[in-house]
Design a protein around this ligand. Structure first.
Ligand code: MG
Length: 381
């Protein structure tokens, strides 16, 4: 098992929970990073005494450097500092950055030979085979932190070569708007969309959950992580978020992973795999949970998963394109500049572009990401 850990995005929702696990497991912390939240980062530095900490915002980095001058932690400023933290040798790098900003740090961590616990799904959605091939080349394991993918990973343990897998079944809570139709959703506000029924998460992913784009991104993520075509990945709406995903085998046996909705379970499993340890998470009481329900998703009202499937089918840069359009539209919606339904339209527009499916270096992917963001912004001006 690992002894040391770097957490990229340590002041966000997943980052804070990762440090809960680190505290319990007694991991030594190598480095921590944050975008701007230096007050929380200062507390974390004082508790965990990492050798390095990075703050993406350079002004905030300087403020923090002065505040923690009495400690031995060295502050690395800017996004370059975040990249440097990813490449410092450690037991594992947990990447919980939000959005495409997570891609380059993933690449740096892999190039440094660091094991990767991946909560940043955009890494695999936009990075695709470029990232999985790089991980293979450097012999680096990518362990899923996303709850559905952790559930699949756990359910696959009985079938090491994965040859007898028929399909993967991702569960979806359905988000705050499940059961509503498109005309009822046209004018919902960001505030309404931010009320997730089961999970407490960051703002970007909570909106992605409301549009079901999150499930679309997760279909792509699962295809890349488990090397399986999108046609063999199903989605089931499961409102209680107890069954975190399932694997169906050729003999029609289905294996699932269950637990209370708490990210510390998948985080801990990614960091302690293949072992299991006592967790602070509450026990699952199935009698108390009562009925567990499953139903098909409403793909007509929630169109984003369908667009993601199409992007996955086309391959190449299309998955990066839908991701970029969504990331920009998600931001515009949170700022009140576009309507809820405009998010799906933005994603659809990205599929309408004719993209070169040839070279796919990280630079190609990042260039396309900027271009699509610009186009998405222009679309709503
Ligand atoms: Mg998830």
């Amino acid at each position: 098992m690992i002894k040391s850990l770097t957490v990229l995005g340590s002041t966000g929702s997943i980052g804070v929970q990762a440090l809960d696990v680190a505290r319990l497991m007694g991991f030594e912390i190598t480095a921590l990073t944050s975008n701007v939240r230096i007050d929380i980062l200062e507390d974390q530095i004082r508790e965990f005494r990492p050798a390095f900490a990075a703050v993406a915002d350079e002004k905030k980095a300087e403020e923090l450097r002065i505040k923690i001058a009495d400690t031995d932690t060295k502050i690395l400023p800017g996004y370059a500092g975040v990249l440097e933290c990813a490449s410092i040798k450690t037991g594992a790098v947990l990447n919980s950055l939000v959005g495409i900003a997570g891609l380059l740090p993933t690449v740096r961590a892999i190039e440094a030979g660091n094991k990767l616990a991946l909560a940043n799904k955009e890494t695999l959605v936009a990075g695709g085979e470029t990232v999985t091939e790089l991980a293979e080349k450097h012999n680096v394991d990518i362990l899923p932190v996303d709850s559905e993918h952790s559930a699949i990973f756990q359910s696959l343990q009985g079938c090491p070569d994965r040859k007898q897998v028929k399909k993967l079944i991702l569960t979806a809570s359905g988000g705050p708007f499940f059961g509503k139709k498109a005309d009822e959703l046209r004018n919902v506000t960001a505030e309404q969309a931010l009320k997730h029924p089961n999970w407490s998460m960051g703002a970007k992913i909570t909106i992605d959950s409301a549009t079901m784009m999150n499930k679309g991104l997760e279909i792509i993520e699962a295809a890349r992580l488990f090397d399986i075509p999108g046609e063999r990945i199903d989605v089931l709406v499961h409102r209680q978020s107890i069954v975190h995903s399932l694997v169906e085998y050729e003999d029609n046996s289905v294996i699932a992973q269950l637990g209370v909705p708490d990210m510390r379970i998948p985080i801990q499993y990614a960091l302690t795999y293949p072992d299991r340890f006592v967790s602070p998470v509450r026990e699952l009481n199935l009698a108390q949970a009562g009925a567990l329900t499953f139903e098909l998703p409403d793909d007509e009202t929630f169109r984003c998963p369908g667009y993601c499937r199409e992007a996955l089918r086309r391959g190449g840069l299309y998955t990066a394109a839908v991701n970029a359009a969504n990331e920009k539209a998600n931001e515009l919606f949170r700022k009140g500049k576009i309507r809820f339904g405009d998010i799906a339209e933005s994603v659809e527009a990205a599929l309408g572009l004719s993209l070169d499916n040839g070279g796919r270096t990280v630079e190609d992917i990042l260039a396309l990401d900027s271009e699509i963001r610009r186009k998405t912004e222009e679309m709503w001006q």
